[in-house]
Design a protein around this ligand. Structure first.
Ligand code: RP5
Length: 166
């Protein structure tokens, strides 16, 4: 039984890394352990199977799967494990990521993948943290502080804008 939270971030290609980096940083900010991998559902299906076999042994609790174009990676991972999979659609193609979004969000009944916005790295990490916060109370506290800080920022900006347009 883990005493610290752990997330796996899997991306279909290293070309996804610049966007995925923001999810990695968010997990680091919250002190969540992460394993980061490049595994393609299409190009390396055997590698994907090997990864899935070790999920339980490594005690991975949530997966963030980033993929672009015919983005099957999150769905295939969801089909092969019982832990929650968060799909992160990449804006990696001539279709501006709409293809990735629809591939990931349109999972058939019975096999859900939680889907965030195109290139929504930070939200993918935050959703993973919210899931983990059910088990790790310190994450719930950190999330509350994160939201308080965000709200303070909006109040400060509102103050500035109001003064400028009085
Ligand atoms: C997907 O194909 C990857 O997730 C990536 O977003 C997209 C393009 O991959 P590369 O051709 O740049 O390796 O599998």
């Amino acid at each position: 039984m883990r005493s610290t939270p752990k997330v796996a971030i899997v991306m279909g290609s290293d070309s996804d890394l610049p966007i995925v980096q923001k999810a990695i940083e968010m997990l680091e900010t919250f002190g969540v352990e992460r394993e980061v991998r490049v595994i393609s559902a299409h190009r390396t299906p055997k590698m994907l199977d090997d990864f899935v076999l070790k999920i339980a042994e490594k005690e991975i609790e949530v997966i963030i799967a980033a993929a672009g174009k015919a983005a099957h990676l999150p769905g295939v991972l969801a089909a092969k494990t019982l832990i929650p999979v968060i799909g992160l659609p990449m804006k990696s193609s001539t279709l501006d990521g709409l293809d990735s979004l629809l591939s990931i969000v349109q999972m058939p009944k019975g096999m859900p993948v939680a889907t965030v916005a195109i290139n929504g790295s930070e939200n993918a990490a935050l959703l993973a943290i919210q899931i983990l916060a059910l088990k790790y109370p310190y994450l719930a506290e950190k999330l509350a502080s994160y939201r308080d800080a965000m709200a303070r920022e909006v109040h400060e900006k509102d103050e500035i804008v109001r003064k400028n347009f009085m």
